[in-house]
Design a protein around this ligand. Structure first.
Ligand code: ATP
Length: 345
């Protein structure tokens, strides 16, 4: 762990073949995390994203030391911490339910992790105040958790996790219990706190929009396996596989089989676009927002042949093509006063 008065410089985290198999009383096995190999650069905010049951929390708990891996190793910087106990790993943990001590004041909650350390009372109070200021609750120090809003309680939990100046901050769905407005506000706050402290942070969420907005890097998991680790932009625009493509985006990406013949992409005989890809069959995905209303587009409809839903500035057009429903999102202005719609990509 760093000197308690130092600003954190951030540590890298390396997961090497990290694996967790749960075995129940009858001997049935669940492969929760399947040979993860990941290097998280120092000072980054990385989200673990994936559907329910994909192994996000299990991965986080192994990094925290709360669960023992079945196989593989965990390094913080150059140190192999796989067998180091949680309190010696230099981590701060924040859970979904905040886990504050209800009988203690905010100040006492933040001070708690410092109790068994060899720190003078005055110094500890100074650190607690510094953390309370960092997370914006220094005017609430004498209150009990029950007297605070959900967002304020989560700020206390973050201050408490950071007071020992850990090398690594681990957050397990920290915003799930907050209402929509507070979630937005708190995710900006977490980003700010992470930038100001420079602490390497892992953030577990199943909310793709949250992950996209907050992360420097995202790790997408499915069935305990890494599907892609990249920046949010790369994950969205250059997904490595169909799972990643379909998991990200709302409304979801439209998918189809297509054929490339002489540099033309064809779906059901219609020429969709040009490409440099080799001739052959492909799975393709088109994001709803990649469609445009144009002069001579690929898809041509009368107004009553499609479903139109105005969502403010954007309009969603649903149409059938090749036996499946396609969703296109276009600028609402672009369909005004048009009897016939010509849609291009
Ligand atoms: P969620 O988003 O629903 O919290 P998750 O991605 O965090 O899901 P995990 O909680 O890591 O997923 O669970 C991964 C898999 O391991 C699931 O199949 C789950 O049922 C199983 N699992 C988790 N904890 C245990 C346990 N203590 N004993 C047995 N199986 C477990």
């Amino acid at each position: 762990m760093n000197d308690i008065n130092e600003k954190n410089a951030g540590l890298s985290i390396k997961l090497e073949n990290l694996t967790k198999i749960f075995t129940d009383k009858r001997g049935n096995e669940t492969l929760a995390v399947d040979a993860l190999n990941v290097v998280i650069p120092p000072g980054q905010l990385v989200s673990l994203l994936g559907p329910s049951g994909c192994g996000k929390s299990t991965t986080l708990y192994m990094i925290a030391g709360l669960l023992r891996p079945s196989d593989g190793k965990i390094y913080f910087g150059d140190n192999d911490v796989t067998r180091v106990s949680p309190d010696k790993r230099g981590i701060g943990l924040v859970f979904q339910n905040y886990a504050l001590y209800p009988h203690m004041t905010v100040r006492q909650n933040i001070l708690f992790p410092l109790e068994n350390m060899n720190i003078q009372r005055e110094e500890a109070l100074k650190l607690a105040l510094e953390m309370a200021e960092l997370v914006g609750i220094s005017d609430q120090l004498d209150k009990k958790p029950a007297e605070l809003s959900g967002g304020q309680q989560q700020r206390v939990a973050i201050a408490r996790a950071l007071v020992k100046k850990p090398d690594v901050l681990l957050l397990d769905e920290p915003l799930s219990n907050l209402d929509a407005r507070l979630r937005l506000q708190m995710r900006e706050e977490i980003k700010r706190i992470q930038r100001e402290t420079g602490i390497t942070t892992i953030f577990v969420t199943h909310d793709q929009e949250e992950a996209m907005s907050i992360s420097d890097l995202m790790i997408v998991l499915d069935f305990g396996k890494e599907q892609q680790m990249d920046s949010p932009q790369q994950i969205y625009y250059n997904p490595k596989n169909m799972f990643v493509a379909k998991f990200l985006g709302s409304p979801p990406i439209n998918t189809s089989t297509a054929e490339v013949i002489n540099k033309e992409i064809k779906i059901n005989g219609l020429v969709l676009d040009k490409t440099n890809a080799k001739d052959g069959k492909y799975n393709i995905g088109i994001r709803p927002e990649d469609f445009r209303i144009v002069q001579n587009g690929v898809f041509n409809f009368k107004h009553d042949e499609v479903e139109i839903e105005v969502i403010g500035r954007d309009t969603m057009i649903r149409f059938n093509f090749g036996g499946s429903q396609v969703r296109a999102i276009v600028d609402s202005d672009s369909i005004l006063d048009k009897d016939e719609l010509s849609i291009g990509v």
